[in-house]
Design a protein around this ligand. Sequence first.
Ligand SMILES: CCCCCCCCCC/C=C\CCCCCCCC(=O)SCCNC(=O)CCNC(=O)[C@H](O)C(C)(C)COP(=O)(O)OP(=O)(O)OC[C@H]1O[C@@H](n2cnc3c(N)ncnc32)[C@H](O)[C@@H]1OP(=O)(O)O
Ligand SMILES: Cc1cc2nc3c(=O)[nH]c(=O)nc-3n(C[C@H](O)[C@H](O)[C@H](O)COP(=O)(O)OP(=O)(O)OC[C@H]3O[C@@H](n4cnc5c(N)ncnc54)[C@H](O)[C@@H]3O)c2cc1C
Length: 673
Amino acid sequence: MGNLNKEIRDGDHPDITEERLKSTFDTHKMAAQIYNSQRAADRRNEITSAVLKIPELQDIKPLPFLSREEKVEEAARKIGILSEHLYDLVNVNDGAELYHLNNVVIGGEGNPLALHGVMFIPVLQAQATDEQKKKWLYRAMKREIIGTYAQTEMGHGSNLRKLETTATYDKATEEFVLNSPTTTSMKWWPGNLGKSTNYAVVVATLIINEKDYGPHSFMVQLRDENTHKPLPNIEVGDIGPKMAYNATDNGFLKLNHLRIPRTNMLMKHVKVEKDGTYIKPPHAKMSYSAMVHVRAHMNNTMAYFLASSLTIAVRYSSIRRQGHINPKEPEVKVLEYQTQQHRLFPHIARAYAFSFAGAETVRLYEKVKKDMESGETELMADLHALTSGLKSVVTYLTMQGIEQARQSCGGHGYSMASYISEIYGIAIGGCTYEGENMVMLLQLARYLMKAAKAVKEGKKVEGLVGYLSAPDNRHSLIDRTPEKSYDTYLKTFEHIARQQIFRAFDKLEKMLTSGLPHSEAWNKCSVELTRASRLHTRLFIAQAFARRVHDVVDFHIKEALDDLLHLHLNYELLDVASYALEDGHLCGEQMNFIRSELYRSLGKIRPNAVSYVDAWELSDMELRSVLGRRDGHVYENLYKWAQNSSLNRTDVLPVFEKYLKPLMMSARKNSKL
Ligand SMILES: CCCCCCCCCC/C=C\CCCCCCCC(=O)SCCNC(=O)CCNC(=O)[C@H](O)C(C)(C)COP(=O)(O)OP(=O)(O)OC[C@H]1O[C@@H](n2cnc3c(N)ncnc32)[C@H](O)[C@@H]1OP(=O)(O)O
Ligand SMILES: Cc1cc2nc3c(=O)[nH]c(=O)nc-3n(C[C@H](O)[C@H](O)[C@H](O)COP(=O)(O)OP(=O)(O)OC[C@H]3O[C@@H](n4cnc5c(N)ncnc54)[C@H](O)[C@@H]3O)c2cc1C
C-alpha cells in the first residue's frame, strides 16, 4: 500500500511531507466524494496531466504581472489552442470537465468564451425552438459564433420587470424593433459583450400593441461574422476595469431602433404569432432558466474558490514557522496555533459542505430542466427557492472564508504571489451577479412565508419546508441524550429556522392586519425575512452534509468526513446560537458543551489538515499561488516571483531623476540654509 496522501514526492519541503505522512485517509478516494465519483476525480487528473504536456498552454508569466490587455489576449490565445486540443488530447466529455480544463489552463479571471458556455448555450438549449437550435445552437456549440447573455442594464439589474430596453412588435413587417431609449437602458455588465462576442441573447421588455408583456429573450447579431465590426444601429464596448475578473470584457450595448425578424424571439415556451397574438408560456418564469442554471452550479464553483484559498493557506501554514508554544522547543508551524486552526478549519468543512449541497442542487436542477422540456413546471418554485437561498448564503460565507485564508497568511497573503486576492475578487462577484444576495434571500422568503401560512392554516407542508410541520422539542437535546447523534444538532437547527420563519411571519401578519399595504409591510419586515432565509438555507447545507456522510461506505473516508461534519455542526451552531438562547432552546451548559466539542474537533482535524485540502487535487498550475505550492518550497520561489516585477528591470527608475532626486536635492539645500 502506498502513501494515503497522494501528493507526497521526493524533494518536497520536509514540513509538508511530515503533514502528509499523517493522513488517515486516501486523498484520491476523498476526491471522489468531492467530485461525486471516482471516475470524475480520475478524469480531472488525466486532464491536468494532458495539459501539462502542452507547452503553449502554460502561463507566459504569472498572471498578476500582465496588463489588462495582455490578460485578455492571453486568455484568447489559450482558448484558440484549447479548441484545437479539446477532443484529440483531452477528450472533454461534459461541463464539469470543461470547467476543470478552463480552471487549469486559463484560470478564474475569464476568457472570451466564458459567458458563451455558462449562459448563451444553456439559454438556447432551454428556450430555442428546434428550428432556432438548428440556426444558432449547433453553430454556437461548434464555436462558429460566440455569444453572451445581455440582460442587466445600467439602471436596472435586480428588477427585471422594469428593464427599459424595448422589443416592440411591428406586425406590418413581422419584425421586433429593439431600442435602448435612454443612457440607463444600455445593457451594462454582460460578460464578453464588450469585445469578444458577435451574438447575444438580449432580454428586453416585449411590447405588442402598446401592451407591456414583461422581459423576453431575443437573439441579436451584434457584429459582422467576418470583420467583427459592430453592425449598424449597434454601439458596443467594454465597461472598464473591475475589482478582479479582468481577463473578461464585461460590456455595454446600445440598440438604436434595431430591427430583427419575429423568429429571433426565443419561442420554445412562449410565442408571438405573425398577427401579434401572444401565447403565454406554461410558467411565467420559464424565461429565467439561464439564471437558474448558473445559480444551481454556483455552490460548486464557490466551494472550488473557497477550497483553492484554503489549500493555499493550509499548505503555507504548514511550512511557515513563527513563535513558540513551548519556549524550549524550536519555532512552531503556525498551523499549531489554535487561533489559526479556528480561522481555517471551519471553512474547510464549509467547502466540503457546499460541494455536497451543490451536488444535491444540481440533481434537482437536472430533473427540473428535463421536466421543463415537456412543459412540466411543478418543481420550478422549489428549485427557485433553493437556489436563491443557497446562492446568497454560499457566496457570502465563501467571501468570509477566503478573506480569513488571506489573513491567515500574514503579510505574504496580501501579496499577489498568494493569488488569494484575485480568487477573492472573482468569488465575491458571486454575491452580486445572478441576483443580488438580499434580493435573492427575499425571493426565498416569499416561499417560506407561503409555507408558514399553510402551516398556520393547519395544512401539512412537505419537502424542503417539511420541518415546519414536524413536531418540535421545547428544549434542545444536545448533550441531553446518551447516544452521540447528529440528529440532535439538526433538530436544533430546524428549531432555530422554524422559530425565525414564524417570527418573521407573525410580524408581517401583524403589520398587514394593522392595515399596512403588503409591499410596505414586507419592506419593514425584510431584515427578519432575510434572517429566516439564511437560517433555512444553513439548515439545508447541514442536512446535505449529514446525508452525504451517512451514505459513505469507505470506513476511513467516512471517519474523516464525520470529523469535518462534527466541526461544521458545532461551529455553525455557535454562529447562530443567539436564536436558540433567546427562547431557552439551548442553555449556557449546552453552549459550553458545544464550544468544547468545537475545540476538540479542531484537534481532531489538525493531523489531517493538509490532506483535507490536498484531497481537492488542485494542481500548482490551477492554483497559481507561490504560497500554495504543492512542494512547500515557498521562500525561494517568492524571491523568483518578485523578479517578474517590471520595476526590477533597471536598478534606477526614471522617476528618480525626474522627481525623487529634485525632491531630495531641494530638501538638502533647504536644510543647509
Ligand atoms: C458545469 C457548468 C458550469 C456552470 C458554471 C456556472 C458558475 C460560474 C461561476 C464562474 C465564475 C465566474 C463567472 C462569472 C459568470 C457571471 C455570470 C453572471 C450573469 C448574470 O448576472 S445574468 C443577470 C442575472 N440577473 C439576475 O439574477 C436578476 C435578478 N432578478 C430576478 O431574477 C428577478 O427580477 C426576480 C428577483 C426573481 C423577481 O422577478 P419578477 O419580478 O419577475 O418576479 P416576482 O418577484 O414578482 O415573483 C413572482 C413569482 O415568480 C417566482 N419566480 C421568480 N423567479 C423564478 C424562477 N426563476 N423560477 C420559478 N419561479 C420564479 C417568484 O418566486 C414569485 O413566486 P410567488 O408569487 O411568490 O409564488
Ligand atoms: C462580475 C459580474 C458579472 C456579470 N455578468 C453579467 C452578465 O453576464 N449578464 C448580465 O445581464 N448581467 C451581468 N451582471 C450584472 C448582475 O447580474 C447585476 O449587477 C445583479 O443582478 C445585481 O443587480 P444591480 O446591479 O441592479 O443591483 P441593484 O439592484 O442596484 O442593487 C443595489 C442594492 O439595492 C438593493 N436592492 C435592490 N432591489 C431590492 C429589493 N427589491 N429589495 C431589497 N433590496 C434591494 C440590493 O440588495 C443592493 O444592496 C454581472 C455583474 C457582475 C458583478
